[in-house]
Every structure is written in structure tokens, then in C-alpha cells.
Ligand binder design. Structure first.
Ligand code: NAD
Length: 504
């Protein structure tokens, strides 16, 4: 029997008593490697009680003390990078260097959060009226929850908890049930760094666990990252139960290729951005829009041999062998879904330039592998254009001109990120002003902001006003209190009582 992945509650690994189980696979082999018990409502409630009890003391710690624990956590993370990256690759499938990349982007948020004494300084105005001062403080919320997707088992939780904890909240993480092991190692390293028991807890589970987090009155805020229908459900249900919610959803990111773009540079950028992590990234560039048929022809000609030559296989190879470009998809069901989209694209009349279906990796015949796929002449009515495929499928759409391309891109339901490839600064500037997307790259294919900026899309890619991490992260995990004060004085004694609205 494969081992169980536990919960982590009150500073200890705890085995769930749930009778509902789900298998965890190694996507490169298709073998079940572990299993996870889906926590019961009562177990989630017990974890909330632990986090609730740990909150008052943690909130009272000085921000500097909390930051020092995060400094230690950062050092421990760095020391365990290799082990953690192997764990990500084992359950997610992405290549080892990409797992290191994901850990690094998470680490950057930890580094940002170590600056919390500075970030929580608040505001002060002296003498807003005679002898009166006003200051604002940012106080933690209480127990907050994070619900995270399979595609970044380390980075997305680290978008959330370092800042939440630094601000003085206690945290409950409900990771994806598809690759849940990493969450437990993060919890153990936090404990090793000196985090008091009960401040960070992990409950494994599915909708049953999530629904408790969305409804329990002790949970003050919920951060979610995942697909759009679930993001919308989380936002609406959490908000209806009086919680602060940020819910980041799916994406279909467009690249606009201008006639003056350097085709070789653009093709290489698209290659990494469309096929890296097998396209299972919310910032993957999955649509390339051209404004000139000659450019489209040149781009497709350049891309075709490169897509055909993608090195696809397990995320970790024996030492000495050159790393693959991409690994498998997360599950058999997802492999079938992505293949189904390719079938649909063909039926809808798109030109299939490179067909990734039925891809076989020698020695890994049961792995969830699919080849890189390139479609040309994709049109806006096609489902392969409208929906998020979340696989290594790049669609080329041929617009007539710049205005038509921008209209098309802005009409799409999703608006997470977008990129323009051009040598023309004026066109780039105009595009970055006009495009309806939350993150824009200029000759940068995956414009994921650094930890000291914020991450978030527009339109159906996000629900809730505040973005993830950066200054918005601090705003999300705190509430502001504004204090107006004056002290007994001679002047005040002379004033007597006032009955009209004070105007200072
Ligand atoms: P998902 O929506 O299926 O699952 C996300 C989380 O929600 C998981 O923890 C899961 O257990 C939980 N969940 C699933 N169904 C639920 C339900 N009915 N009720 C309550 N909770 C439920 O997403 P996924 O497949 O794990 O991740 C891929 C998706 O995440 C893609 O759409 C991708 O674009 C998106 N994503 C977005 C961002 C972003 O920043 N916008 C980042 C990463 C991933």
C-alpha cells in the first residue's frame, strides 16, 4: 500500500481519519506513489480551532521577531532546494530546473516578507487639528486560509503564507490533492525555523474541506488560486459568509507579434512560454496573434521544427544526461482533456502544424506525456481559442492589423497576462496602455512580477480587488485602524463642550 500524506496541525504531522482517499501519481510513470486522505469537516474545524487559539499570541509578537523566523525559514528553504525540487517533480512532473525556478520565485516572497517591520509602519500626521495627531496602524485579521492549485505546489502557497504570517495572522493551507506532499515539508521547515505550533497548519482535502474554510466564522480571509469556475465559487461563497476573498482564476494569455518583431527571438520566447511546464502555467502564452500574414508564415516556419524537436520526457534524468524541455501533464484525465482539445481544433478547421497527440516516451509508456502542438489559422469562434487548454498547445491567430488584434485580445474572457514583441517603443507603449490584462510583457514572454510588485489579472482571471503578494498582499492580510488622539491641555480645558460636527 502506498504511503499516506498527512495533515499538519498544531506543529505535528497528523494522519487524517477520513475514509475518503485519493491516489497521488508520478505523472512520468503513471504509477501511484502515494495517497492522500481527504479531511473531514470535523478535522478541518479542529485545525481552525488550533489556528484560532494560536492567533492572539502570534499577533502580539513584534513584527521583527516574526521576520526573524522568516529569515531562518528562507535559509532552511535554500538548504533544502534540491530535496524540495525533487519532491515537486515527483508529483507534478515538471523538469527539475523548473521546480528550482518555482521554489526561487516562492523564496522571493519570503524575502519580501522579511521586510515586514518596514511594511507595517503605517501612517502618521501630526497636528491635524490643534494638539491633535492621527496615525494609522495595520493590524492582522486573525485566521486566514489559502487554497492552492496543482501547478505550483510550492510557489503559490508561498505567494500567500509568508506575508500572512509576517503580518501576524495564523494560516491554514489546503493544497491541491494532486501534489500535496510539498506542503508538509514547508510546514516542517517553518516549525524548524521557530514558528510556534498552530500558527501554520495544513489540511489535505477537496471540496468538503474547502467548504468548511469558506463558511466557518473564525476564518477571516481566504486566498484562492485555481481555475475560474472554482475561483468564482470561492469568491461568492466566501464573501457571502463575510470574509475577505482574493481569488485568482484561469487564463489564456496572448502574445501580439508586430511586423518588426525579431522572428528568431520571438519564436524562442514563445517556445519557452507556451511549452515550459507542458503549458500548465497560468502565465503560459497560449495564443500568438499576428497582424501581417507574411510575419505569421515566417513565425510558423520558424516554430515548426523547434516544436517538433522539443525534448520531452521525465523531469529528472540520470546524472550526466541533458535535461528535457518539458515533462508530462499532471494526470491521465488531463492528458485526455488536452488531446480532446486538439481533436476539436482539427474538427473546427484550424491547421494542425505539429500534432502532439499519442506521444510516446520510451520506457515511460504509461506516463502522461503529450507532444508540443502548434495550430495555425485559429479563429475566435473555435473552442481551442476561447477556452483555457492548460497544455502544450500554441494557437496562431491571424489578425488584419494592430487595431483588429487589440480588439480580439481585449474581447477574450480572460485577461491574466499579455506580451507584445516589437522593436517599436511607441507601439509597445500604446499596447501596454490599451491591452485589457493585468500583467504586460514588452519582449518579455512571461511577465510575472517580482515579489515586491503584485500579481493579478483582469476580467475572468480574478475575483476580488486586491492582487497577490507585494504591497497588495500586505493590504489583504491586514486591516487598517486610524487613531486620532489628543491629550489634556490648558487649551482643551478652556474649550468646553462642542455640539457641532468637529471640523478641526
Ligand atoms: P482547480 O480549480 O481545479 O483547483 C484549485 C483548488 O481548488 C484545489 O486546491 C482544489 O482542491 C480546490 N477545488 C477544486 N474543485 C473544488 C470545488 N468544487 N469546490 C471547492 N474547492 C475546489 O485548479 P487546478 O486544476 O488545481 O489548477 C489549474 C488552474 O489554476 C488553471 O485554471 C490555472 O490557470 C489556474 N491558475 C491560476 C493562477 C493565477 O495566478 N491566476 C496561478 C496558477 C494556476
Amino acid at each position: 500500500m502506498s504511503p499516506f500524506i498527512p495533515n499538519f496541525i498544531a506543529g505535528k504531522v497528523v494522519e487524517s481519519q477520513s475514509s475518503r482517499l485519493t491516489p497521488v501519481f508520478n505523472p512520468a510513470t503513471g504509477e501511484q506513489c502515494k495517497q492522500v486522505k481527504l479531511s473531514t469537516a470535523a478535522e478541518v474545524e479542529a485545525a481552525i480551532a488550533v489556528a484560532h487559539a494560536a492567533y492572539p499570541d502570534w499577533a502580539q509578537q513584534s513584527p521583527l521577531r516574526r521576520a526573524r523566523i522568516l529569515f531562518k525559514f528562507k535559509t532552511l528553504l535554500e538548504a533544502h532546494f534540491d530535496e524540495l525540487a525533487k519532491l515537486i517533480t515527483a508529483e507534478h512532473g515538471k523538469i527539475y530546473s523548473d521546480s528550482i525556478g518555482e521554489l526561487t520565485r516562492g523564496l522571493e516572497v519570503v524575502e519580501f516578507a522579511t521586510g515586514i517591520p518596514h511594511l507595517l509602519k503605517g501612517e502618521f500626521s501630526a497636528n491635524v487639528g490643534r494638539g491633535i495627531d492621527t496615525h494609522s496602524v495595520m493590524q492582522p485579521l486573525g485566521v486566514v486560509a489559502g487554497i492552492t492549485p496543482f501547478n505550483f505546489p510550492a510557489m503559490v502557497p508561498m505567494w500567500m503564507f509568508p506575508i500572512a504570517l509576517a503580518c501576524g495572522n495564523t494560516f491554514i493551507l489546503k493544497p491541491s490533492e494532486k501534489d500535496p506532499s510539498l506542503s508538509i515539508r514547508l510546514a516542517e521547515l517553518l516549525k524548524q525555523a521557530g514558528l510556534p505550533d498552530g500558527v501554520f497548519n495544513v489540511v489535505q482535502g477537496d471540496k468538503e474541506a474547502v467548504d468548511v474554510l469558506l463558511r466557518d466564522p473564525r476564518i477571516q480571509a481566504v486566498s484562492f488560486v485555481g481555475s475560474t469556475p472554482i475561483a468564482q465559487y470561492i469568491y461568492e461563497t466566501g464573501s457571502a459568509h463575510g470574509k475577505r476573498v482574493q481569488a485568482l482564476g484561469g487564463a489564456k494569455n496572448h502574445a501580439l507579434i508586430m511586423p518588426d518583431a525579431d522572428i528568431e527571438m520571438t519564436a524562442n520566447a514563445l517556445l519557452g512560454a507556451a511549452f515550459g511546464a507542458a503549458g500548465e502555467r497560468c502565465m503560459a502564452l497560449s495564443v500568438a496573434v499576428t497582424t501581417d500574414d507574411k510575419v505569421a508564415d515566417a513565425l510558423v516556419r520558424n516554430l515548426q521544427p523547434k516544436v517538433e524537436a522539443l525534448r520531452i520526457g521525465p523531469g529528472i534524468l540520470p546524472e550526466g544526461q541533458k535535461e528535457n524541455d518539458m515533462g508530462p501533464l499532471i494526470s491521465k484525465a488531463h492528458l485526455e482533456k488536452v488531446s480532446g482539445y486538439i481533436d476539436q481544433g482539427v474538427e473546427a478547421g484550424a491547421s494542425l502544424v505539429v500534432d502532439g497527440r499519442n506521444y510516446r516516451v520510451a520506457g515511460h509508456e504509461n506516463g502522461y506525456f503529450i507532444g508540443g502542438t502548434l495550430f495555425d489559422h485559429v479563429t475566435p469562434e473555435m473552442r481551442i481559442y476561447q477556452e483555457e487548454i492548460f497544455g502544450p498547445v500554441l494557437c496562431v491567430v491571424r489578425a488584419k492589423d494592430y487595431d483588429g488584434a487589440v480588439r480580439l485580445i481585449n474581447a477574450h474572457q480572460y485577461g491574466n497576462g499579455s506580451a507584445i514583441f516589437t522593436a517599436d517603443g511607441d507601439a509597445a507603449r500604446q499596447y501596454s496602455q490599451e491591452v485589457q490584462a493585468g500583467m504586460v510583457g514588452i519582449n518579455v514572454p512571461i511577465p510575472v512580477p517580482m515579489a515586491f510588485h503584485c500579481f493579478g489579472g483582469w476580467k475572468s482571471s480574478v475575483f476580488g480587488p486586491l492582487n497577490a503578494y507585494g504591497p497588495d498582499g500586505v493590504r489583504f492580510y491586514t486591516r487598517m485602524k486610524t487613531i486620532t488622539s489628543r491629550w489634556p491641555s490648558h487649551h482643551l480645558r478652556e474649550q468646553g463642550a462642542a455640539f457641532s460636527m468637529p471640523t478641526l
